[in-house]
Ligand binder design. Structure first.
Ligand SMILES: Nc1ncnc2c1ncn2[C@@H]1O[C@H](COP(=O)(O)OP(=O)(O)O)[C@@H](O)[C@H]1O
Ligand SMILES: [Mg+2]
Length: 404
């Protein structure tokens, strides 16, 4: 048997062997690139594991094909971001793309920036960008606006515009207590540039708290964005995600129709779960084939505890016992995998003989929102930010119950 590596790729940001669906989303992004002037930016949101990061990565070549520059990064490692952090980060993300351009802005804009007479060719490297930033008078917003204008003036004859793409952007939250408003800063700067018809296009991806953060940061900022919410894949897309990667030459593994149905059922169409279960099932089939079992039998259900360990456990292990009690009450709601209210949680807790006060529920939810397990939508209802979390919690709860 020829060596054939497992094609499936469960894991945050891991490009799938076949990216199913998402054509509409890519079209929407292409359309945004055609705007002149830029009036709308993009927010791509959805639960964890739904495919935001990998979709964002497919936008990059679309931007390049359309004659745009693409600069970006993700905030996944950051715990919080200050205004200055953010500004410097943007410069650092832009500099590799623009560093071979020779500075060609009006002297007024690079006011404090010293050109040495012997070296009149100044390239837009990071130190140069930083020095323009630091010597621009005013607030962080003024400094950033100015550098981004200088960058644009320098590259505008070569490109149609510059995409600024940031992943895990829910981290960019204004913090009034620390007098830090990084999200407002970003929105203000982008809006200012777009009003001056300077084509920067902002693309933010993140958990469903992101659109709410954006609205809270700046009045009318919802008008600045087209918001796309990624959802599970439909049946056809699921089949493609499962089958296309194994319908290639040399692939020794096939899935039966029953197997495919099981994969769709257990993954509920969530991309991460599809990759996860397919990888495990593929591996199990291959191993059995290698030792000569002619018709390997593998069930998807056997892999659930592995999924629990790989996907949920890390998050679950970091919540306190008291918070878990509340999460267990929520998981008992029939609508736990959709939206729920504080009132419903309170009623359920009474019914389960472990009554929680509304104020306590409210405070705990605030903490769980910060923690990224729950989010609050615009209608003030709550949802889990992790797909099928209620099912996981109920599985934990079942294990704790004494076995009869
Ligand atoms: N459209 C898709 N088709 C197949 N697999 C996908 C698709 N989108 C995402 N995936 C897979 O799902 C997993 C999670 O994707 P990721 O982009 O990290 O999600 P998110 O950023 O929303 O948390 C990855 O393993 C990725 O390969
Ligand atoms: Mg991601």
């Amino acid at each position: 048997m020829q060596l054939f590596t497992n094609p499936f790729r469960p894991g945050a940001g891991q490009p799938p062997p076949y990216l199913a669906g998402r054509e509409q989303e890519r079209d929407a992004f292409s359309k945004l690139l055609q705007q002149n002037p830029i009036l709308q930016n993009l927010i791509l949101t959805g639960l964890r594991g739904v495919g935001k990061t990998v979709l964002l990565e497919t936008f990059r070549p679309i931007a390049l094909e359309n004659g745009w520059f693409w600069a970006g990064n993700d905030f996944s490692e950051a715990t919080s971001v200050s205004e200055q952090n953010l500004a410097i980060r943007i410069l650092a993300d832009l500099s590799p793309i623009v560093s071979s351009f020779t500075l060609s802005a009006t002297p007024k804009k690079v006011i404090g920036f010293k050109r040495t007479p012997e070296k009149n060719e100044v390239k837009l490297t990071f130190p140069v960008l930083l020095s323009i930033y630091n010597t621009t008078p005013g607030l962080e917003t003024d400094k950033l606006k100015n550098v981004l204008e200088v960058v644009w003036d320098t590259v505008k004859s070569k490109v149609k515009g510059i995409v600024l793409a940031y992943d895990e952007a829910q981290i960019l939250k204004d913090k009034a207590a620390d007098k830090q408003y990084p999200l407002s800063l970003l929105l203000e700067v982008v809006q200012f540039l777009q009003r001056k018809q300077i084509p920067y296009l902002l693309v933010l991806t993140g958990l469903p708290t992101l659109p709410t953060n954006v609205i809270e940061a700046r009045t009318y900022s919802e008008r600045m964005f087209k918001v796309i919410t990624l959802d599970k894949l439909n049946e056809t897309e699921c089949r493609e995600a499962i089958l296309k990667p194994i319908q290639t030459k040399n692939c020794p593994v096939t899935f039966s129709e029953h197997g495919i149905q099981e994969l769709i059922k257990y993954s509920s169409g969530y991309p991460y779960f599809i990759q996860f279960f397919c990888k495990e099932v593929f591996d199990a089939v291959l191993q059995q084939m290698k030792v000569g079992i002619p018709e390997p039998v593998v069930t998807v259900a056997e892999n659930i505890s592995k999924l629990d360990n790989d996907f949920y456990f890390g998050r679950w292990s970091r919540v306190t016992d008291r918070q878990r009690e509340l999460l267990m009450v929520i998981a008992n709601l029939p609508n736990a995998n959709e939206e729920f209210t504080i009132k419903e949680i309170a009623e359920k807790s009474t019914e389960l003989k472990n009554p929680f006060k509304t104020a306590y529920i409210n405070n705990t939810l605030v903490k769980l929102v910060e923690f990224g397990l729950i989010f609050k939508n615009r209608r003030s209802k709550y949802s889990f930010a992790v797909p099928l979390l209620a099912d996981y919690i109920n599985r934990q709860d079942d294990e704790r119950k004494p076995k009869k």
